[in-house]
Design a protein around this ligand. Structure first.
Ligand code: ZN
Length: 155
């Protein structure tokens, strides 16, 4: 859902469009938008520094992560309103890095932005599968095909 729109005509996104959620809350965007970031620092080190600055109470870092939580919560609310899922799981390396700090604010934002009934039936959680969950999930697809074929590999 990183490329759903949160601001029509907003910040440019790496997908070529403007105003995507990722252009505001993605790791690269957060590091780029933080005025305390050191030049040339990569996404992982930059995001870790941003989190550390927020944990230390630096106002710019706190405000940036507060805004990220607000936007993520609004995006979760869109999912809740459209699909009424039982659970929304936040994962990926950046999600797992920031999640412990942001999850309560994301939940609060989602509650404010979503319809009350479906929100009351949707839990938010951090992934328990680690930062490589997407890669591991993709790797299971050929294994599933192999097992479904009875081990012959034929479809
Ligand atoms: Zn995009």
């Amino acid at each position: 859902m990183g490329h759903t729109k949160v601001h029509v005509g907003g910040r440019p996104c790496r997908c070529g469009a403007r105003g995507c959620l990722e252009a505001y809350v993605g790791a690269a965007a957060l590091v780029e938008r933080w005025d305390g970031a050191l030049p040339g620092v990569g996404e992982k080190a930059g995001l870790a520094a941003l989190l550390a600055a927020a944990e230390a109470g630096r106002p710019g870092a706190v405000a940036l992560l507060d805004e990220a939580a607000e936007l993520l919560g609004a995006a979760v609310a869109d999912l809740v309103n459209l699909f009424a899922p039982e659970r929304v799981v936040i994962g990926g390396w950046a999600g797992l890095l920031l999640g412990p700090r942001l999850l309560p604010a994301i939940e609060e934002s989602a509650t404010r932005h979503a319809l009350a009934f479906p929100r009351s039936r949707t839990a938010l959680a951090l992934s328990e599968l680690g930062p490589d969950a997407v890669t591991l999930g993709a790797a299971t697809l050929p294994l599933c095909q192999f097992l479904e074929s009875g081990g012959t590999g034929a479809r």
